[in-house]
Ligand binder design. Structure first.
Ligand code: ZN
Length: 345
């Protein structure tokens, strides 16, 4: 193989570019890793004709020295960054990760988390159906978690939710229904159509199907003459849009203090068409969410007259829906921060 000075010039040009663009680890991998560009050039010396070996060796070794110097410089910069950086653990994420500052040290390659993407897709579907959107809070009070939802003090159903409490008596929402009273008040008087996406927390042991933290989207619809039929049609419509499948649906009894009647919404499995598969636990059907007609006490608490208006509400876990849609079999992956997992989406 002939030695060509042009090739080495190309290599030097790439190195100069990468020196500006890449952080330590990406630069190291690209140039001196097992399959690195420089590594390949160094291996090539065996194939260079004997009369050109000396020149080639000299050139490539000088490039190698430059690369090692660049790596040393980058390592120093990163060490300086880490040792000088004080992180405020209570601050929002972007305060601890100033983009301009980080860019001096690292290559910033980011993408949206699969859950964020799915929440956006779902919210788009609801918007197209005429729903307003109000994000839920990540810390709330007893009134919004329980009292406004027809769980008076001492109500046994309060124990259905493994609620986290702060020392000051505040609550990490165990469901996004915490927003129902606020939504009914701020979007009222009816007609009201609003979805309430947000993060929920429960003090429970984690396994493939359970997490202490998850996302929910609550929906609330109130107007004159609203029936269970409107609820079934609405939920069926957005699920079919989201899962891009025609679904058979049914409802079965459940219990929630804030709805009457209370239902569990069940859909035919979109993957096996009711034949039975691992996603539906070989039953052909998937219980997808709780829903029901809003309890008259909940409407009254939000100054809506239940003799004039009726409405329905639902709450589903975005994680569960995302898992069904993307074929993820363990909910814990979603918050693991495992890049090999996240890069698949
Ligand atoms: Zn199935």
């Amino acid at each position: 193989m002939e030695y060509s000075i042009k090739e080495i010039e190309e290599l030097v040009k790439t190195i100069e570019e990468d020196k500006k663009e890449l952080d330590y680890e990406s630069f190291r991998k690209k140039h001196t890793g097992n399959n690195g560009i420089l590594t390949q050039y160094l291996k090539k010396i065996i194939d260079i004709p004997n009369d050109q070996k000396a020149v080639y060796g000299k050139e490539i070794n000088s490039v190698k020295e430059d690369v090692l110097n660049i790596l040393e410089e980058k390592k120093k910069l990163e060490n300086t960054y880490y040792s000088s950086k004080k992180i405020d653990p209570t601050a929002p994420f972007d305060i601890n990760s100033n983009k301009d500052e980080l860019q001096k040290f690292f290559t910033l390659e980011g993408s949206k988390h699969p859950l964020t993407k799915e929440v956006e897709i779902l919210v788009d579907i609801f918007s197209s159906m005429g729903f307003d959107v109000l994000e839920s809070r990540q810390i709330d009070d007893d009134y919004h978690m329980f009292q406004s939802l027809n769980f008076p003090k001492g109500h046994p159903a309060r124990d259905m939710y493994d609620t986290f409490w702060t020392e000051d008596g505040l609550i990490l929402p165990a469901h996004t229904s915490t927003m129902q009273n606020r939504a009914l008040k701020s979007f009222g008087p009816p007609p009201i159509a609003v979805v309430l996406p947000g993060r929920c927390f429960r003090n429970e042991a984690t396994d493939a199907g359970h997490e202490h933290t998850f996302h929910q989207i609550e929906g609330v619809y109130v107007d004159k003459n609203i029936s269970l039929g409107n609820m079934i049609a609405t939920i069926k419509t957005y699920l079919e849009k989201y899962l891009n499948a025609e679904l058979e649906v049914r409802i079965q009894p459940a219990y929630f203090p804030f709805t009457e009647p209370d239902c569990e919404f069940v859909i035919s499995c979109p993957f096996c068409n009711k034949a039975g598969c691992s996603t539906c636990g070989h039953s052909g059907w998937i219980e997808i969410m709780g829903c029901g007609m809003i309890h008259p006490n909940v409407l009254k608490e939000a100054d809506i007259d239940p003799d004039i208006y009726t409405g329905f509400a639902w709450g589903f876990g975005v994680d569960r829906l995302t898992m069904i849609k993307l074929g993820i079999n363990d909910i814990r992956y979603l918050r693991s921060g495992n890049l090999n997992f996240l890069r698949q989406f």
